[in-house]
Design a protein around this ligand. Sequence first.
Ligand code: TUI
Length: 316
Amino acid sequence: MIASPICEMLGIKYPIFQGGMAWIADGKLAAAVSEGGGLGIISAMNANAEYLKGQIEAARRLTDKPFGVNIMLMSPYADEVAEIAAEERVAVVTTGAGNPSKYMERWISAGIKVIPVVASVAMAKRVEKYGAAAVIAEGEESGGHIGELTTMAIVPQVRDAVQIPVIAAGGIADGRGVAASFMLGACGVQLGTRFLVAEECSVHRNYKEMILKAGDISTVTTGRRFGGNTCRSIKNNFTRNFIKEEYAPEATPESVANLGIGALRKAAVEGDIQDGCFLAGQIAGLVSREQPAAEIIKEIFEEAEKLLKEAPLWVK
Ligand code: TUI
């Protein structure tokens, strides 16, 4: 067993979070991960309060274990979904794609553990000051909206800068990634891409096939040119067109901002291989099998424990 302070803090068996993947992480997937001993997370993405309430109810019908909600701060509905998370007193709120400070007092006073995703040391320090219970330090290996640092670089730097527990995210899909994360100073991990192919994940079949077939260099980033909106996804017709328009001489931040609208839904719901945006991490090449969420978690931690037990072999 891996003894981690994050397990004690949250009442979970394994120190693993399922990423709050937009259009993918619903109540059913979150409940399956929590039933498997990790922390399942429902994505509030760009949906409204009613949607989030429904997904929280769905998860509660399937599990009595703790789960979390991810608030995507760039969402036009961020205010109303932030309030639903507080009213529903979910165990954990994670946040992404921005600064969560303005909501933190409300969540904390509702008894919620707030665990923001950060992409820099500065943001980690800021959320610690506002009362975060822990931080998720996410590297640019991750799928979706990303920062500039790699997991290898961000995790130890955040670890040195804050007193609260650090969870590593980005480029982790097996026991090796977990063991390495612990060596970097993390006491837990967050995985998205591997859980996307969980049996309980209801994303379109074509999306799962894209992940299962991906190799090491199958992902690419879009939105880097003007900054602030860099996203990692699987290379396809959508990313080729995006990059062509992004780097056209006449492109502006405004012309690029609208390119991705609707493409996440096209990928996750319609399975549109041509024009969908299939967000995925660099580690997709390692993900080659669809399994129940509980089996994924068990397998990962069996491997991590074995590796960590063998670590003394390196020291003579
Ligand atoms: O949020 C993510 N990944 C995501 S969100 C998403 S949905 C989306 N929809 C439309 C447009 C863009 C995204 C898909 N994937 N990961 C967590 C994350 N947070 N990565 C980077 C950050 C981050 C970035 C800047 C956190 C804080 C931050 O602070 C900015 C500031 O205000 O200083």
